[in-house]
Design a protein around this ligand. Structure first.
Ligand SMILES: CC(=O)N[C@H](C=O)[C@@H](O)[C@H](O)[C@H](O)COP(=O)(O)O
Length: 227
């Protein structure tokens, strides 16, 4: 069974706590990851080398590693540097995800892909639109993710829901399709699979307690004011 076979038809849980929040600690991220696996997660998406190493020590499912940075001169945040690839591979990532958009960046996507493959990992392209996926597939990415749909200047505001159109378009391209981004309910996860995804990644709705609490808080407050 290949790595992709392990993930096909499965749920990936992204354990990315709110930056500098009370859950932002490698031991807590590892506990979240173990809980996600206990609940049936086929894989995990983990940000940062320290978190990844802590999770790797605790679970055996495939891990998609990313490293996020806020750069002064580029909007690219996800795994922008070759050194990031090395750090994630050293920490035990099986798959390394990178920003696959056509935007100014410190390293080319070709160089990032070569670094990922040189470490024996698979590459996941975090895409915002169809053209990103087409290019990523041609360059050798194994997984096309809808991760950045709605999160670039060009795609912001186009789609506030799960991007089922992009999932379907990626399905037609032929790569392994990861639905990711705003999959906030089990129903939406089902819709993403029905649209053609091979697997679905859920983050905020499972692991950003502050945000989920806020959703419930707002609903309670609105209903209280309305009665
Ligand atoms: C746009 C961006 O930077 N996305 C990040 C990528 O790793 C994460 O902040 C998301 O939580 C992740 O993609 C999962 O999505 P959601 O949290 O909506 O389930």
């Amino acid at each position: 069974m290949t790595l992709l076979d392990t993930l096909r038809g499965g749920l990936v849980v992204s354990c990315q706590p709110v930056d500098d929040g009370p859950m932002d600690d490698p031991a807590i991220v590892a506990a979240m990851a173990a809980a996600a696996v206990a609940g049936g997660a086929a894989g995990l998406r983990i940000e940062g080398a320290a978190n990844l190493a802590a999770v790797r020590a605790r679970v055996s499912v495939p891990i998609i590693g990313i490293l996020k940075r806020d750069l002064a001169d580029s909007p690219v945040r996800i795994t922008p540097y070759l050194a990031d690839v090395q750090a994630l591979a050293d920490a035990g990532a099986d798959i390394i995800a990178y920003d696959a958009t056509e935007r100014p960046r410190p390293e080319t996507t070709v160089a990032i892909l070569a670094a990922i493959h040189a470490r024996g990992a698979l590459a996941m392209a975090d895409c915002s639109k169809l053209a990103d996926g087409q290019r990523a597939l041609a360059e050798g990415a194994a997984i096309l993710g809808t991760t950045l749909s709605g999160y670039t200047d060009e795609t912001a505001g186009q789609n506030d829901d799960v991007d089922t159109a992009l999932i379907g378009a990626f399905r037609d391209l032929g790569g392994f399709v990861m639905a990711e981004g705003r999959v906030n309910t089990p129903e939406l996860a089902g819709l993403a699979m029905a649209a053609g995804a091979d697997a679905v990644t859920v983050g905020t709705a499972l692991t950003r307690l502050e945000h989920v609490t806020g959703w419930f808080h707002d609903a309670v407050a609105r209903a209280f004011e309305a009665r």
